[in-house]
Unconditional design. Structure first.
Length: 309
C-alpha cells in the first residue's frame, strides 16, 4: 500500500511539477509535504515574472498546480519526513511514523527563511518579528514596521506592506539592492507616491528590543558607526533563505548545503533526483524550479520503469 514508483519530498512548484510529469509518464507518485503546498510561492502576494500571467497571486498559482497534479493521480500526504534510506534499489522514506518505499525519490524540499542572529530576534518571533509579510502584514495596519534585507523578498515585502501600514523603514546593509531592477523601480515609485517608505542604507541590525512585544530596532551605519534606535511595532526579516537539507548530510552530495545535481537532475546517488531551490544553481525562480521539476519527474519515472523491468 505504501509502495510507489516515485516519492517526491516537498510540495512547492518543483515538487508539484515533478509530480505532474512523473504521473503523466505513467508512474505511481507520492508527494510528501510537511505544511501546505506551494512553499515560498504560496506566501507571495503578487508574482509578475511567471510567463503567461502578467500578475498572479502565489497562493492561487500553487493551488492550481496542486489541483492539476492531484487530477493526474499524484497522492499528497501532509507529513514531515523524519528519516531517509536512499541507498540500494528500494528507497525508504519515513514520515509521521509511516515507511513509504519507491525505486526513485525526488528531493524538492525548498528552503527556509534565514535569521539575523541578533539579540531579541528569537524572543520576539510572533510578537513583532516575522519572516512573512503576506502572512502577518495585516496585524500591522496603521503601525510602523521595518523590513530588513535588499533582495526581491525584502523589496516585495515593502511593496506589500506600504499600503497597509503607517510607515515602512527598509534597513539594508549596503547601498545597492540585490532585487531585480523592476522591483526596485516599483518601490521607488511607491516611495514617491505614498510617502511612507524610508530607507536606512549601509545599516545593519544590532538588536531588537521591547517589553513583551517589539518596540525598538537598534541599527548602526557601517560607514560612520553611528548607532540609531528606530521605534517600530514590527520587524520583517527577509535576508535570504537556507536550503532544507539537514536530513541529507552524508546521504547525497551537497555543496554549501545545496544538492549537487546534473542536467538530468540526478544526484550522486542512483535513483535520487533533486529539483527547485534545494539544488545548487545560479537562479532561484518559479520558472527554474518548474524546469527542474519537469526534468526530475520525467527521469525519475523512466528510472523507476527501467528498474521494475
Ligand atoms: P536574496 O536574494 O539572497 O537576498 C537576501 C538579501 O538579504 C540581500 O540583499 C542580502 O544583502 C541581505 N542579507 C543577507 N544576509 C544578511 C544579514 N545577515 N544581515 C543583513 N542583510 C543580509 O534572498 P531573497 O530576497 O529571499 O530571495 C531568494 C531567492 O528567491 C532569490 O533568487 C530571489 O530572486 C527569489 N525571489 C523571487 C521573487 C520573484 O521573482 N517574485 C520573489 C522573492 C524571491 P546583500 O545584497 O548585501 O548580499
Amino acid at each position: 500500500m505504501n509502495e510507489f514508483d516515485v516519492i517526491i519530498i516537498g510540495g512547492g512548484p518543483a515538487g508539484m511539477t515533478a509530480g505532474i510529469y512523473a504521473s503523466r509518464a505513467g508512474a505511481k507518485v507520492l508527494m510528501l509535504e510537511k505544511a501546505g503546498v506551494g512553499g515560498q510561492v504560496a506566501l507571495t502576494s503578487s508574482i509578475a515574472n511567471y510567463p503567461g500571467f502578467k500578475h498572479i497571486d502565489g497562493f492561487e498559482l500553487s493551488q492550481s498546480m496542486w489541483e492539476q497534479a492531484t487530477e493526474l493521480g499524484v497522492t499528497t500526504v501532509f507529513s514531515q519526513v523524519d528519516k531517509l534510506e536512499l541507498d540500494g534499489e528500494t528507497k525508504k522514506v519515513v514520515a509521521g511514523g509511516v515507511t513509504y518505499s519507491a525505486p526513485a525519490v525526488i528531493l524538492s524540499m525548498g528552503a527556509c527563511s534565514r535569521g539575523l542572529g541578533v539579540t531579541g530576534e528569537k524572543e520576539f518571533i510572533g510578537r513583532g518579528v516575522s519572516y512573512c509579510a503576506v502572512c502577518d502584514g495585516a496585524f500591522y495596519r496603521g503601525k510602523t514596521v521595518a523590513v530588513v534585507g535588499g533582495g526581491n523578498t525584502a523589496l516585495g515585502d515593502v511593496l506589500y506592506l506600504a499600503p497597509l501600514v503607517n510607515k515602512v523603514i527598509l534597513v539594508h546593509r549596503r547601498e545597492g539592492f540585490r532585487a531585480e531592477q523592476s522591483v526596485i523601480d516599483g518601490v521607488e515609485k511607491m516611495k514617491e507616491s505614498q510617502g511612507n517608505i524610508e530607507y536606512k542604507l549601509d545599516s545593519v541590525v544590532d538588536g531588537i528590543e521591547g517589553n513583551g512585544k517589539v518596540e525598538k530596532l537598534n541599527i548602526h551605519n557601517v560607514n560612520t558607526n553611528e548607532t540609531e534606535t528606530l521605534d517600530v511595532d514590527g520587524v520583517f526579516i527577509a535576508v535570504g533563505r537556507s536550503p532544507n537539507t539537514e536530513l541529507l548530510d552524508g546521504i547525497v552530495e551537497l555543496d554549501g548545503g545545496n544538492i549537487v545535481a546534473n542536467d538530468r537532475m540526478e544526484t550522486n546517488v542512483a535513483g535520487v533526483f533533486a529539483a527547485g531551490d534545494v539544488v545548487k544553481k545560479s537562479l532561484r525562480q518559479i520558472a527554474t524550479a518548474i524546469s527542474d521539476g519537469a526534468i526530475a519527474g520525467t527521469n525519475a519515472a523512466l528510472y523507476a520503469k527501467k528498474l521494475k523491468g
